[in-house]
Design a protein around this ligand. Structure first.
Ligand code: 6GU
Length: 229
């Protein structure tokens, strides 16, 4: 999978060299490039924003640098590309979104700052790529960078070959529509707290039953919105 990131803060993405995504890059499973949007400006101040038409607070990202940057990234793209614009005004990012995007051979993340990117950039990009405007949730971040990193981590671990044990992908919160069951390891007693005895019983059917009941109980308690009806 190829991933291109467009941002005015390329240094944000140095953390992607570590952890699972770093391993995937080292092994060649993911080819990730970070591009500085200011490299596509032509004025002395490397200007990327301007005041909004119609008035209002804040600044809007100018279309020209975005257009040139996307021209250069999409020009040598040999496969079908999906361009993701992280935005609090986008569709909600879920595990299902991560699974869909993990199937794409080429992802581009266009990280906006300020009050957003001139809408024509998004509209024009739709004429030459798949475009998704995607939000992490109902709160506001200062820009798309942290959101893009969260999405890349969620997507990256679904790329085949990324996670050592594929079973650890399926037995997880959100993969079956329920939250994960609680986990325990040795010692069996710690600071007066015991591991639930069923987990020490060796009865695998009973353990599976108990874990499923825990998933349902936890989901009803903290995320009832995930349950049907
Ligand atoms: Cl994707 N971007 C920004 N700026 N804020 C957000 C977000 C994205 N998702 C939630 N809040």
């Amino acid at each position: 999978m190829r991933i291109d990131i467009l941002t005015i803060f390329p240094e944000f993405f140095s953390v992607l060299d570590v952890s699972l995504v770093g391993k995937a890059r080292a092994s060649g499973l993911i080819a990730l490039s970070v591009h500085d949007l200011r490299d596509f400006t032509h004025d002395r101040h490397r200007t990327v924003d301007d005041t909004p038409y119609g008035g209002g607070a804040g600044m809007v990202m100018k279309p020209e640098p975005w257009g040139e940057a996307l021209d250069s990234i999409l020009a040598d793209a040999v496969v079908e590309t999906t361009v993701v614009f992280p935005s609090p005004a986008g569709e909600r990012f879920t595990q299902a979104t991560a699974r869909e995007l993990a199937l794409s051979p080429h992802l581009v993340f266009g990280c906006g700052r300020y009050e957003g990117i001139d809408q024509r950039v998004i509209d024009h990009t739709r004429t030459r790529a798949n475009v998704r405007e995607i939000s992490l949730g109902d709160y506001v971040l200062n820009g798309g960078e942290v959101a893009a990193m969260a999405m890349i981590e969620a997507i990256g671990r679904l790329v085949p070959g990324m996670v050592g044990n594929p079973e650890s992908l399926t037995e997880e919160s959100h993969e079956d529509g329920l939250l994960e069951y609680p986990s325990y390891t040795k010692p069996s007693a710690w600071r007066g707290l015991e591991v639930p005895p069923v987990l020490l019983s060796g009865n695998h059917a009973k353990i599976a039953q108990w874990r499923h009941a825990q998933q349902v109980e936890r989901t009803e308690r903290v995320r009832p919105d995930l349950l049907p009806g």
